[in-house]
Every structure is written in structure tokens, then in C-alpha cells.
Design a protein around this ligand. Structure first.
Ligand SMILES: [Zn+2]
Length: 152
């Protein structure tokens, strides 16, 4: 996964604008690399709440590229982020995410406590909460901040 953010960065690096000022907070190259790393990390650990990974990363880094490169930058970002998402969805669930956090079903039980069963990789719900993944509810759950109670 970490190689993936490096790959995005390497493919974009030749187009990154020169720094206008010698900033204390690091160069444009460092900022682009860090943005790629945090987007990939977030996708790997929190993808059910990361609604538009490609657009989010693109918005963050586009200012470091010339106008003429914007289309290409978005295509590169979108290609890698789509690949990463598909790769993650294809992984068997071991009950832990790539950062070692225990995976838990996204649903909240009637008692108001989080469901602690192991979720399916496809949608983040355990087998008994699959009905919550159907239809409009998905939109509401995705839009709700973590910990928000949903019908169980
Ligand atoms: Zn559940």
C-alpha cells in the first residue's frame, strides 16, 4: 500500500511546480508525497467513510501543478485510487485493517452499542447487518460520522 503512494508521487513528480519561496514547511514535492501517503492510508483504514478519494486527493495537490497538467494529474490520481480501492475490496478479511486496527461491523445494535462482529470486506457490515447495506440507507450511513447510531 505504501508503495502505491510512492508510485502516484513518482508519476506526478516531473510536473510539480518549482517552489516560489523556500518554505520552512517543506517543498512542494514533500507536500505532494505526504498528501498521496495520507490519502492512501485513509483509503486503507477508513474507506467506508472516505467518499471521494480521487477528488479529495486531487483537490489537495492540484495547486502544486501547472494548469496544463491538471487533467493528467487527475487521471493519474484517479487510476491509482481506483486500483487501490478495488485491491482492498478483493482482500480477504482477516478482521484487521492494514494499520492493525480491529475491524468491526459499521452497525449499531438496538442497545446503542457498536456491533462487534467481523464485517464483510465488500461493505463493512457483518452478515447479520447486510440489510443495512441495501438501498438508500448506504448513503445515509456513509454520510454519517463514525459512531452515529443507525437502525439495527
Ligand atoms: Zn453487525
Amino acid at each position: 500500500m505504501y508503495q502505491l503512494s510512492r508510485s502516484i508521487y513518482r508519476e506526478l513528480a516531473p510536473e510539480i511546480l518549482e517552489d516560489h519561496v523556500a518554505a520552512a514547511a517543506g517543498s512542494n514535492h514533500e507536500r505532494v508525497l505526504r498528501a498521496c501517503e495520507s490519502a492512501v492510508y485513509r483509503l486503507a483504514t477508513d474507506r467506508y467513510y472516505f467518499a471521494k478519494p480521487s477528488k479529495t486527493l486531487f483537490r489537495e495537490i492540484r495547486i502544486y501543478f501547472p494548469m496544463s497538467a491538471q487533467d493528467r494529474v487527475f487521471r493519474v490520481v484517479d487510476r491509482y485510487m481506483t486500483f487501490a480501492r478495488q485491491w482492498l475490496e478483493a482482500q480477504p478479511s482477516h478482521g484487521y485493517d492494514l494499520a492493525g486496527n480491529r475491524l468491526e461491523c459499521r452497525a449499531t445494535t438496538r442497545k446503542g452499542t457498536p456491533c462487534q462482529r467481523v464485517p464483510l470486506p465488500l461493505n463493512g457490515y457483518c452478515p447479520s447487518h447486510q440489510h443495512l447495506a441495501d438501498g438508500e440507507l448506504v448513503e445515509r450511513v456513509v454520510a454519517a460520522p463514525p459512531g452515529t447510531q443507525v437502525a439495527a
